[in-house]
Design a binder for this molecule. Structure first.
Ligand SMILES: Cc1ncc(COP(=O)(O)O)c(C=O)c1O
Length: 402
C-alpha cells in the first residue's frame, strides 16, 4: 500500500506529534496568500501560520534578503560577540519606530524564549520575584512561559514549574490592586489571542501602565501575535496609547523565519551583561540570515500600505460574516475571532472550509470561535473570494447540523 510508505505515514511514525488529531495537510509549496498541497490543491491561508506570515509566503523582498545574506555569511559566533550588519541594521530600523525608551533589542529564536528572558530580566532588575500575568493568557510552552498561563489543566502534568506567579483577570480594573511593590513584572498581551481575541477595554492598558509605574513594577507587553501590523498599527501598544518597559516580539518578525526579540531600554537590557556577566546567552539568537529577513519584512511593512489598509479589511470581514450561526466577530485589526452561536458548529465550519480550500483554525482557550488572521497582503478581491468560501462553510454547518 502506498499509504504505508507515504510522507504522511512517515510523518506520523517519525516526527514528534503535538496532538492526536493533526491536520495532515501535506505541503508542497506556498506563495503569497496561498498554500498548495502535494495533490495540487490550493488553499487560502487565513491564519498566516498563527500570525506569522503577515506578508504572505515567500515575499520576494524577504527571499532576496535571505539569499543575499546567505552569499555573505551565516553563523559565525554565538550571539553578542561579533558585530554583524544584519543585527545592527534591524535594531536601528526597529527602534526608530518606537518610543525613545524602547531603544535596544536582545535577539532570541522564538516567542517562548523571549518571555523567559523577560522574566529573568525583571527579577534581576527589580530584585523582586513575583510575576503577574492575566488569566486566559498564552505566552509559550517553556517552563517559564507555561507558568504564566492560568489554565492548570495544561500545566498540571508538568509541575512543579516556577514559583511566584499570580494571575489577574484581564480587563478587570479592580484586580490591578494585586500589583504591588513586591511585583517584579506584569506580563500581558495587549490583545489576548488564545482566549479568542479579547481586545483591551479603552482604559485598561493605561490603568495598568499607571499601576506599574506607581509600584515600580515592570510592564511587559507580549506583542508576539499583535506585532508587525496585525492590529492596524505597527505594534498594538501604539494603537492603545501606552509604552511598556519591555516588549516581546516574534512570529511575524522574521517574515516566515524563526526569530524573537526582547525590546527595552538599553540600561535595562544591560542588566544581562553584568552581575553576573553573560546573564543570558544564546547560540543562534540574532542569526544573520534571519535578521536580514526580519529587516526586509519591516522595510516592506513600513513602505507598503498594508498596515493602513488593515481597518478597511477588518470592516469588510465584519460586514461579510453576518450569518445566522455567527454570534459575533471580535477583532483588533486583522486579528479576529468568529464566535458561533453553538459550539457544535465549530468543527464542521473548520472542516468544511478546509475541504473547500480555506485554512482557518481553532483557539487554545475558546471552543466556540475560529481564528482569522489572514496575511495583511490580501487584496479586497482576494478577501472577497476567501470570504465566499467561509460563507459556504457556515451555510453548510447551519443546514447540516442545525
Ligand atoms: C502571545 C504569544 N506569546 C508567546 C508565544 C510563544 O511563541 P513561540 O511559539 O514562538 O515560542 C505565542 C505563541 O503562540 C503567543 O501567541
Amino acid at each position: 500500500m502506498a499509504g504505508l510508505t507515504s510522507k504522511r505515514q512517515l510523518f506520523l511514525d517519525h516526527v514528534g506529534q503535538t496532538s492526536t488529531y493533526p491536520l495532515m495537510l501535506e505541503i508542497d509549496r506556498a506563495e503569497g496568500i496561498h498554500i498548495y498541497d502535494t495533490a495540487g490543491k490550493r488553499y487560502y491561508d487565513l491564519n498566516s501560520g498563527i500570525s506569522v506570515s503577515s506578508l504572505g509566503h515567500r515575499h520576494p523582498q524577504v527571499v532576496a534578503a535571505i539569499k543575499a545574506q546567505l552569499d555573505k555569511h551565516m553563523h559565525t559566533m554565538v550571539y553578542g560577540e561579533h558585530v554583524q550588519a544584519p543585527q545592527i541594521e534591524y535594531a536601528e530600523l526597529l527602534t526608530a519606530q518606537l518610543d525613545a525608551s524602547l531603544n535596544s533589542i536582545y535577539y532570541l529564536n522564538s516567542g517562548s524564549e523571549v518571555l523567559e528572558a523577560a522574566m529573568k530580566l525583571a527579577k534581576r532588575a527589580t530584585g523582586r520575584y513575583e510575576i503577574i500575568s492575566a488569566s486566559g493568557a498564552y505566552h509559550g510552552s517553556t517552563q517559564g512561559a507555561e507558568v504564566l498561563r492560568s489554565d492548570h489543566d495544561y500545566s498540571r502534568a508538568f509541575l512543579p514549574l516556577i514559583p511566584g506567579v499570580r494571575h489577574i483577570d484581564f480587563n478587570n480594573l479592580e484586580d490591578l490592586e494585586k500589583i504591588s511593590c513586591r511585583t517584579a513584572a506584569v506580563i500581558v498581551e495587549p490583545v489576548q489571542a488564545e482566549s479568542g481575541v479579547i481586545p483591551p477595554d479603552p482604559t485598561y492598558l493605561k490603568a495598568l501602565r499607571e499601576r506599574c509605574t506607581y509600584t515600580k513594577t515592570l510592564m511587559v507587553l507580549d506583542e508576539i501575535q499583535t506585532g508587525f501590523g496585525r492590529t492596524g498599527a505597527l505594534f498594538a501598544h501604539q494603537k492603545y496609547g501606552v509604552v511598556p518597559d519591555m516588549m516581546c516580539i516574534g512570529k511575524a518578525m522574521g517574515g516566515g523565519m524563526p526569530i524573537g526579540g526582547l525590546v527595552a531600554d538599553r540600561e535595562l537590557l544591560g542588566k544581562f551583561t553584568r552581575f553576573p556577566d553573560l546573564g543570558h546567552i544564546t547560540t543562534f539568537g540574532g542569526h544573520p540570515v534571519v535578521c536580514a529577513a526580519a529587516k526586509a519584512t519591516l522595510e516592506v511593512l513600513l513602505s507598503a500600505e498594508y498596515i493602513s489598509e488593515v481597518a478597511q479589511k477588518e470592516a469588510y470581514i465584519h460586514k461579510t460574516l453576518q450569518h445566522p450561526i455567527v454570534k459575533e466577530v471580535r477583532s483588533s485589526g486583522l486579528m479576529m475571532a468568529v464566535e458561533l452561536t453553538k459550539r457544535k458548529y465549530l468543527k464542521h465550519v473548520v472542516g468544511k472550509a478546509f475541504e473547500e480550500g480555506a485554512l482557518i483554525d481553532y483557539f487554545l482557550f475558546n471552543n466556540r470561535s475560529f481564528r482569522l488572521a489572514p496575511p495583511l497582503i490580501y487584496t479586497m478581491r482576494e478577501l472577497e473570494a476567501a470570504m465566499t468560501v467561509l460563507l459556504k462553510a457556515l451555510d453548510y454547518a447551519e443546514k447540516k447540523y442545525n
